[in-house]
Design a protein around this ligand. Sequence first.
Ligand code: NDP
Length: 239
Amino acid sequence: MARTVLVTGGGTGIGRAIARQFAALGDDVVVTGRRAGPIRALAEETGARALVCDHTDPAAVEHLVGLLPGTVDVLVNNAGGNTDFDADGAGGLAAYARDFRANLDANLVSAALTTKALEERLVASGSVIQIGSIAAGQGAGSYGAAKAGLIAWNLDLAKGLGRRGVTANVVAPGYVATTEFFRDRLTGERQDALVAATSTGRAGTPEDIAGAVLFLASTAARHVTGQVLQVNGGAYTPL
Ligand code: NDP
């Protein structure tokens, strides 16, 4: 039976690959993003439903939830990115606070708001999947802190939802090329270093991450919850 799947930030990159893979299975997919263009393009391609939403804004999230069906099977909290790429680093402590909070909002609060708003509507045997990052174990300032926070928050979420048969997990990608994540800020040298850190000798693809997400949402993964699934080609292995 077709599942209802919400993929936040589903118009580009990793979210787009996730949405495409669920749509290919025949699921009813809803994709969100702040820009209408990318999500509409994906909707035309896959038949997914496109809804504009800024997941850092509680009112926008409440509005979104009002447009969704009564029940949701799979929630993928993928929207996010390193907002420091858009910050100039100038302006003293007030600017530092603003920029730090921007990363927490974009990557942690966005997922928490969306999940809170949808929690009661998740079906038994449903799944919540957060897109974390290798940065949670490696630093990267407020971005890494936000992605590390996702892991701690997800633990309580998994405990709270477990008795209902709903799982909650984090998929933590390593370096994934071909998304909008890095803008034009990644030098060739840095790209080479990120690839060299892997055991596989290549960058990750959005499809690599989507495969892990689809597994966690599948019937095969009903006893997997509260976990972090690293998808990084062996670049980082927490003990
Ligand atoms: P992209 O920038 O291509 O995708 C991010 C998507 O999220 C965009 O479609 C963007 O659309 C949307 N988005 C961002 N903020 C919001 C918001 N507040 N509300 C709604 N939508 C939002 O990059 P990736 O595909 O690489 O990133 C996807 C996820 O993967 C992110 O959480 C990122 O942190 C994580 N990640 C990526 C890695 C990589 O190497 N690429 C590595 C590790 C983790 P719009 O601007 O229209 O809102």
